[in-house]
Design a protein around this ligand. Structure first.
Ligand code: AMP
Ligand code: MG
Length: 419
């Protein structure tokens, strides 16, 4: 009789009995409690400040706007001179333009030509839009009443000198650079960029583009993780690939610890024979295998290597990316001095149905189409194409959930993770 494979077990996708699987929130809570900034501070010019993390609170050196000015092209006047109904007012000679102020005081009963951004001439407290007047260049005719202060911007109405613009921990974006520049800053105190080493492990890995044996796979995690680090605003440190060999791995980790503030490895994180990452970290006496109740993502090996935190990510690219977004990113934010950041979740009607079992949180590759969150056809964690197809993840809660079309689900766009 020919051998028959054993039947599939009912519980083949069940969580192992008797093991404690840490819920995602508990794992995140532990990271949040235990990690803090590891980077020093320096001062950099604004031109180099994008994506940097403020090391101190920053205040406005100057008000914005510095003086009252006009928000439109029109005519400046004294509100007290305006009556109800149609009226005519003589224009003074000259005008006020941005960067070219009117010198002198506006005489009572007169109006003055003003252009957007011009400092309000002394005496002017209200501006009438040029579209609301007729003029021959000598007088203007218009209808009252006008609202006092109409079409003007008060000095400091945006921010006052001395106002706190940002608190320490802020990751500076393009708009922040505008505010800093507008209020007189040309340099800011920031933390050194967090250096993140990325190392791939596995005897089966070959470098993309090289002649690979049929049984080898190209290293997909490294380019992905290095790019994610860049998007997060950190400094990627490429540590290449290491074979499933303890001595070689040890040497590579030593090098990584010397060059980086945190190390991300992928592969070899479980407890199998070839799972040297977890074995090594265990040997160093500073490692925990976190069995987190999350799919995708086998155990996450967390440890310190020569004092440098190591995230031993799963080898499967989908699990490696999800675990980086969900666990490593907020942890690295703390190390970088940004504080703790929750990803931006958007509740959307589901464009799919799924009967979710209890016991672990699940992340599905998803995207937003026609107002609904649709998910990738396969949940296979080797399906890299699904990561590309997706524009974010749907997060399903730890408990059981019956998702039907239009059931509200939490969608986290990649951008919501800082990607
Ligand atoms: P491991 O976590 O080492 O057991 O690997 C799990 C699966 O992910 C295996 O199929 C590996 O071949 C695959 N894998 C591991 N590292 C990478 C990588 N850097 N790029 C692509 N696939 C990988
Ligand atoms: Mg491996």
């Amino acid at each position: 009789m020919t051998l028959k494979p054993p039947p599939l077990r009912d519980d083949c996708f069940a969580l192992p009995a008797g093991t404690h699987w840490t819920p995602v929130d508990e794992a995140l809570g532990l990271l949040r409690e235990r990690l803090g900034p590891v980077t020093g501070a320096e001062t950099v010019p604004l031109a180099e400040a994008l994506d940097r993390v403020l090391a101190e609170d920053v205040r406005a050196l100057r008000a914005n706007p510095p003086v009252a000015n006009t928000a439109v092209d029109g005519y400046g006047l004294r509100h007290a001179d305006v009556v109800e109904g149609p009226q005519v007012m003589p224009l003074v000679e000259g005008r006020a333009a941005a960067g070219d102020p009117y010198d002198g005081v506006l005489p009572a009963g007169h109006a003055v030509r003003v252009l957007t951004g011009a400092a309000l001439p002394e005496g002017v407290d209200t501006v009438i839009l040029q579209e609301d007047v007729t003029t021959d260049g000598v007088e203007i005719a218009f209808h009252g009443p006008l609202k006092k202060g109409a079409n003007t911007r008060r000095a400091g109405e945006d921010v006052d000198a001395g106002d706190t613009l940002f608190e320490a921990g802020r990751r500076l974006g393009p708009a922040d650079l505008a505010l800093l520049a507008a209020t007189g800053q040309d340099a800011v105190p920031v933390r050194a960029r967090l250096r993140v080493a990325v190392l791939s492990t596995g005897d089966e890995l070959a470098e993309a583009g090289s002649d690979a044996r049929a049984d080898q796979v190209y290293d997909a995690n490294r380019p992905m993780l290095l790019a994610m680090i860049t998007r997060f605003g950190f400094e990627p440190v490429d540590m290449g690939r290491a074979p499933d060999d303890r001595a070689a791995l040890r040497k590579r980790l030593d090098e990584a610890a010397a060059r980086a503030d945190v190390i991300l490895t992928s592969g070899g994180a479980s407890a199998g024979d070839e799972d040297h990452m977890s074995a090594l970290l265990q040997e160093a006496g500073a490692m925990n295998l976190w069995r987190i109740a999350v799919k995708p993502g086998r155990p996450l090996a967390l440890g310190l290597w020569q004092g440098v935190p190591v995230f031993g990510l799963p080898g499967n690219p989908v699990a490696a990316m999800v675990c980086t977004l969900v666990f490593a990113r907020p942890a690295m934010g703390l190390l970088a001095g940004q504080g703790w950041h929750e990803p931006m979740r958007i509740m959307l009607p589901a464009g799919f149905s799924k009967s979710k079992k209890p016991g672990r949180r699940e992340y599905l590759r998803a995207r937003l189409r026609d107002g609904r969150a649709e998910v990738f056809a396969s949940e296979g964690s080797g399906r890299i194409s699904g990561l590309s197809w997706a524009e974010g993840l749907v997060e399903l809660p730890d408990g059981a959930m019956e998702v039907e079309i239009d059931t509200p689900v939490a969608f986290i766009p990649y951008a919501g993770f800082g990607l």
